[in-house]
Design a protein around this ligand. Structure first.
Ligand code: BT5
Length: 320
């Protein structure tokens, strides 16, 4: 599409002004046609100013989760090399899985404005109100053993919590293993899925659902959004780009063997350590004090017997 071509041309010349003449020459269209396309882009929410003698410059971009907006001035090495953006899909994890099966590159993203069958863990649902949150999946091809994959869930939760703190200055905490909470209410959930053989991972899909400008009444009980806690709408594009940057940083650290540093930061962002918790897994519930997260991402519980129990997956409820 010509509008996209114009945007990409601006993207390649981010710092500068582009004259109507240059655009008409590069795209092989008349000056009048350039003007018409600039008007189209303005209607779509781009703020484009025309400076006499200098040309056009993009001042701000709309809050749409498309490849052009999300990659605007984004400097990452692995994450978001390619972004597949949809108005609607059943689940971005399913779409990403299908792409990965067919050889899609590491770092590619599938993002959607809404999901008709957003999934949580263990067959649960993820409520995905249209154009309010961000629902996306990241394809990764880590060179690790299947049992090490929980480190990727932890670094993803850390990336989200850190982004919320950086961009909205809200006290976001992590609840083991995959929830991000603000004021004890869930603002983000992460679903990690993988395709693996006994000792080799083919690919991992990290699904991230985050409530950004979502009203509480559209969410399940116990959930919140950044807007509800922050008190004003916030740019979804900025939040998602912030998550991409942090994911890129922590995934590279993970890849270079620094899981210890990731776990240390993860623990600093956790609010369950030192509290009494109940963990539900495989139809069993156990209770104890959450004392640590080990290097494999397992939760260490101190039982009343004084013995430690190591839990690899489950749902944590904090008991006060
Ligand atoms: C999760 O599961 O928290 C993982 C959610 C992952 C969602 C993303 S969206 C992009 C990608 N594509 C997908 O299809 N999924 C991923 P779990 O820990 O099982 O929590 C699920 C529970 O969270 C539900 O049973 C509800 O109680 C609650 N929940 C559902 N929707 C929510 C929302 N929008 N905000 C907060 N809590 C929600």
């Amino acid at each position: 599409m010509l509008d996209d071509k114009i945007l990409n041309y601006f993207k390649k010349h981010e710092e500068g002004y582009i004259s109507g003449e240059e655009l008409s020459r590069e795209l092989g269209i008349t000056r009048a046609a350039v003007w018409k396309h600039i008007e189209n882009l303005r209607e779509e929410g781009y703020s484009i100013e025309a400076f006499p003698h200098l040309g056009y410059k993009i001042i701000s971009i709309p809050d749409r989760l498309t490849e052009v907006e999300l990659k605007w001035q984004l400097k990452t090495d692995i994450i978001a090399g390619k972004i597949y953006s949809y108005k609607e899909t059943d689940s971005t994890n399913n779409t990403a899985y299908n792409l990965a099966i067919h050889g899609e590159k590491e770092g590619s993203i599938v993002i959607a404005e809404s999901q008709t069958a957003g999934r949580g863990r263990m067959g649960r649902k993820w409520v995905s109100p249209k154009s309010k949150g961000a629902y996306f999946s990241v394809i990764l091809r880590p060179d690790i053993l299947p049992k090490e994959v929980s480190g990727i869930t932890l670094l993803s939760a850390l990336s989200v919590a850190k982004t919320i703190r950086e961009m909205a200055d809200l006290a976001a905490f992590i609840k083991w293993p995959n929830d991000v909470l603000i004021n004890s209410q869930k603002v983000c959930g992460i679903l990690t899925e993988m395709n693996a053989e006994t000792d080799k991972i083919n690919f991992v899909i990290i699904g991230i659902g985050i409530n950004i400008n979502t009203k509480k009444e559209l969410l399940p009980k116990g959930a919140t959004s950044i807007m509800e806690e922050y008190g004003a709408e916030i740019s979804r594009v900025d939040i998602v780009r912030g998550i991409f940057k942090n994911l890129d940083k922590y995934y590279k650290l993970f890849g270079s063997g620094h899981i210890g540093r990731i776990i240390k930061e993860y623990k600093e962002f956790s609010n369950f350590l030192g509290t009494r918790v109940q963990v539900a897994y495989h139809n069993t519930k156990i209770e104890g004090y959450a004392v640590d997260v080990d290097k494999d991402g397992a939760l260490i519980l101190r039982m009343d017997s004084g013995l430690n129990e190591r839990v690899l997956a489950g749902d944590v409820t904090m008991l006060r």
